[in-house]
Design a protein around this ligand. Structure first.
Ligand SMILES: Cc1cc2nc3c(=O)[nH]c(=O)nc-3n(C[C@H](O)[C@H](O)[C@H](O)COP(=O)(O)OP(=O)(O)OC[C@H]3O[C@@H](n4cnc5c(N)ncnc54)[C@H](O)[C@@H]3O)c2cc1C
Length: 473
């Protein structure tokens, strides 16, 4: 059995592990070893459906040291006029570049693909079976906390009858080849109501499917972030920073979680697909208004809970049975992109468990955790600066998420060096935008003043919102 040593053993070469490693090697002279069961960097992006894109502009995703994308706006399509969203292959290509040009090129990183961390620093090569016990001088870094499930690899939670066709969205662009030159299915049952299902319905409609040929199984309606408010460029200052001020004011005034979402909708921050229903779910899915308009064309929306059994001519859902036209293709979009592992302290005696510190910015949270590890020694202080932000299960959880994120921001603001790092970190969506606001621009300065004034009021209202979480106004 070979042995090896390293300062940090990072488990997971997805967005989280790479963003952590990138900042750690920039801020320290440590040696880092990265292991992953996957054969390539990028984690779940390697298994994503072909038409996946980021929810958010590429400009604040990835790792801190390397820009992602071209910085251009989309000239056509449903994201027209907004900043580009990297496609799945672009994200994977970017992470390859990060690994080769940043991490390995530093001479202080070693990378072990197709390698399983068995626990306690022991790593098994999936190809040879060889086991290597690592001596870890500093810490093991668990960068697997998020590990989203994706349809192509997840375990289905429903039964499938004999001869029934169920595919992940990954199979849709290749339907012609799948049919072996025969008949391509023209009716679809899309299972699931998260971002993957939204993307799949949009892709089908934009590719020519008839809206009435799609049955959409929606167990719960979802609030959706309006992508317009996530544009971190000066020409979107009003929508982005003004939008933040609007949101803080809504948080200061709302009386319940439902009331909060209605106020966020009124100020343009949130969207819902069916305006007649009050959504109960919020997982930070982000769409453009044009995408939401496309989804509104689907009229056959089944709200009978989750699928239990799929048959050729019907399906059994939690709250009833629905007929399905024979020959329909079921598209499984039910994988939960959110793992919902319980929160735990980020800094532990022998481990760092990277978690969400500002919702929903996974990459920023990982980079910030590495910065704190590099610049502080005391675990109590480090944990105070890195309190995990709970990911919302349902819309009613959102005030808790916001309260934890605002508390973290408050602590970060007390540390001048950290504050400066955040302001210049490309993964912080709005830091560079606010820092770069022209001091002579009265309109921008008024927005910044409104934002500054509304944050304490929002924080003060959080206990009431959490207590009244599900009560309508
Ligand atoms: C379709 C989709 C789109 C998204 N878009 C955005 C977006 O626009 N913006 C955003 O901020 N977030 C987005 N997210 C959220 C997403 O979760 C994160 O961006 C991020 O990619 C998660 O990365 P990760 O490294 O935490 O997890 P993963 O990508 O799952 O990586 C974890 C890695 O750990 C490895 N691993 C696990 N256990 C072990 C072990 N024991 N030994 C070795 N290796 C192990 C796995 O093989 C995996 O490669 C999106 C998620 C999905 C599913």
């Amino acid at each position: 059995m070979r042995s090896a040593s390293t300062d940090y053993l990072i488990v997971g070469a997805g967005a989280t592990g790479l963003a952590f490693a990138d900042t750690l090697i920039a801020e320290t002279d440590a040696h880092v070893t990265i292991v992953d069961r996957q054969g390539k960097p990028g984690g779940h992006w390697n298994d994503a459906y072909p038409f996946v894109t980021l929810h958010q502009p590429s400009s604040f995703y990835g790792v801190a040291s390397l820009e992602m994308g071209s910085g251009l706006k989309d000239p056509v399509g449903l994201n027209r006029g907004l900043y580009e969203l990297a496609s799945g292959p672009e994200v994977c290509g970017y992470f390859d570049r990060v690994m080769n040009h940043r991490l390995l090129a530093s001479g202080r990183v070693s990378y072990h693909p197709l390698s399983n961390h068995l626990g306690g620093g022991e790593v098994e090569s999936l190809l040879s079976g060889a086991r290597t016990p690592f001596t870890v001088r500093r810490k093991i870094v668990d960068a697997t906390w998020f590990t989203p499930a994706v349809p192509s690899t997840h375990v289905r939670g429903f039964e499938v009858g004999e001869g029934v066709h169920v595919v992940p969205p990954n199979s849709l662009p290749g339907l012609w080849h799948r049919s072996q030159g025969g008949i391509v299915p023209r009716r679809f049952v899309v299972l699931g109501a998260g971002k993957t299902a939204m993307d799949t319905c949009i892709w089908l409609l934009q590719s020519g499917a008839d809206a009435d040929a799609i049955t959409w199984v929606v167990p719960r309606d979802s609030w959706v972030t309006n992508r317009l408010t996530t544009q971190n460029a000066p020409e979107f200052f009003n929508e982005a920073i003004g939008g933040q001020a609007d949101q803080m004011e809504a948080m200061a005034q709302a009386s319940s979680a439902d009331d909060l979402f209605l106020r966020l909708e009124a100020c343009g921050a949130m969207l819902r697909i069916d305006r007649e229903r009050l959504p109960t779910m919020f997982h930070f899915a982000t769409l453009s208004e044009a995408e939401v308009e496309v989804l509104r064309r689907i009229r056959r929306v089944l709200r009978l809970g989750r699928a239990r059994t799929l048959a050729a001519d019907h399906m059994v859902l939690e709250q009833g049975r629905a007929d399905v036209e024979p020959g329909s293709l079921y598209v499984d979009c039910t994988a939960s992109a959110v793992g919902f592992r319980a929160s735990e302290p980020v800094f532990q005696p022998d481990r760092i468990v990277v978690q969400l510190l500002r919702a929903p910015l996974v990459a920023f949270s990982a980079a910030l955790t590495a910065w704190i590890e590099a610049h502080h020694d005391d675990d109590a202080l480090k944990n105070r600066l890195c309190a995990p932000v709970p990911f919302p299960h349902v819309a009613a959880d959102y005030p808790r998420t916001v309260a934890a994120a605002l508390a973290n921001q408050f602590h970060w603001n007390q540390d001048e060096v950290l504050r400066k790092w955040i302001r210049h970190c490309r993964l912080d969506a709005f830091g560079r935008l606010t820092a770069g606001a022209d001091k002579q621009d009265a309109d921008k300065q008024a927005i910044l003043a409104r934002l500054k004034a509304s944050v304490p009021a929002a924080m003060a209202n959080m206990p009431r919102l959490i207590a009244n979480a599900a009560t309508p106004a």
